[in-house]
Write a protein that binds this ligand. Structure first.
Ligand code: NAD
Length: 265
């Protein structure tokens, strides 16, 4: 039997891949044959540990790119830097994200601008930068990490909810413009995944209520999850892998909930 590695020969750039969901996506794409470009914040020894781990599991050595996606010039330059290193970018996963929790009338300008820059503008900048080469090759996969909060809202998350709704608009736009070019663009929409981004929110609520982390998670975070458990980062990564495969070549412009049924209730 001939077992082919589905992404062999492809180069994947995964933003925000030093932690959480992005790290799982980078690990999964590498394990399936893609050469991976990592990006995000992390100490040098953490980056080295991630690279060594991926290399051990895939035989492919990823490279790390420290570009700060809150800065438009760095976001715009990232695809070029990866292309200089690996020759191309076939798969772009816009995953880097940030959160800030405050009531609308207390939401600081700089936090609004930061969320807009990281969660939305950076994805536009990388998409614009990668477009010409994907168009030229007639093949491209773009996956944006949105959220179930791209469909719904949650109090005190104006910046996050607005940018996650926005990324769905960008996803659909790129899907339309890429449809005849061999470029697909889709979004994955996780519900609660226990990553540092969420652990901080559980910690803050637990401190406010004087409850344990577990009680707070169960009684305040997982109440809208029919499965009553956090989604695992690897489950999001599996969705991304499918959307990057040839089996998904006619799937474009979708927003795929990976949410334990939370959008049903
Ligand atoms: P995380 O905090 O574990 O990871 C975020 C990643 O983004 C890190 O690698 C971080 O270094 C990187 N990042 C942040 N600011 C950056 C910047 N300015 N430039 C470059 N990289 C930057 O969080 P996560 O939960 O894994 O989140 C990943 C994505 O998933 C985000 O887009 C988030 O909105 C989305 N999401 C998460 C959940 C959840 O429950 N965890 C649910 C829905 C959507």
């Amino acid at each position: 039997m001939n077992i082919s590695v589905p992404l062999h020969g492809k180069v994947a750039l995964v933003t925000g891949s030093t932690s959480g969901i992005g790290l799982a996506i980078a690990q999964t794409l590498a394990a399936n044959g893609a050469q991976v470009a990592l990006n995000g914040f992390a100490a040098p020894d953490e980056v080295q540990a991630i690279i060594s781990d991926i290399e051990k599991n895939s035989g492919l050595k990823p490279k790390y790119f420290a570009h700060d996606l809150s800065k438009l010039d760095e976001a715009s330059a990232l695809v070029g830097a990866v292309t200089d290193e690996f020759g191309k970018v076939d798969i772009l996963v816009n995953n880097a994200g940030a959160q800030y929790v405050a009531a609308i009338d207390e939401f600081p300008d700089e936090q609004w601008q930061r969320l807009l820059a990281i969660n939305l503008t950076a994805a536009f900048a990388t998409t614009r930068a990668v477009w010409p080469q994907m168009k030229k090759r007639g093949w491209g996969r773009i996956v944006n990490t949105a959220s179930t909060l791209a469909f719904t809202a949650e109090a005190r998350k104006a910046g996050y909810v607005a940018t996650k709704h926005g990324i769905l608009g960008l996803t659909r736009e790129a899907a339309l413009e890429g449809a005849e070019l061999g470029i697909t663009c889709n979004a994955v929409c996780p519900a609660w995944v226990l990553t540092p981004l969420v652990a901080k929110q559980v910690d803050a609520k637990a401190a406010e209520l004087q409850y344990s982390f577990e009680e707070t998670a169960r009684n305040y975070f997982l109440t809208d999850m029919p499965t009553r458990r956090f989604v695992e980062p690897g489950e999001i990564a599996s969705g991304v892998l499918f959307l990057c495969s040839d089996a998904a070549k006619s799937i474009t412009g979708i927003a795929l909930p990976i949410d334990g049924g939370s959008l049903v209730i």
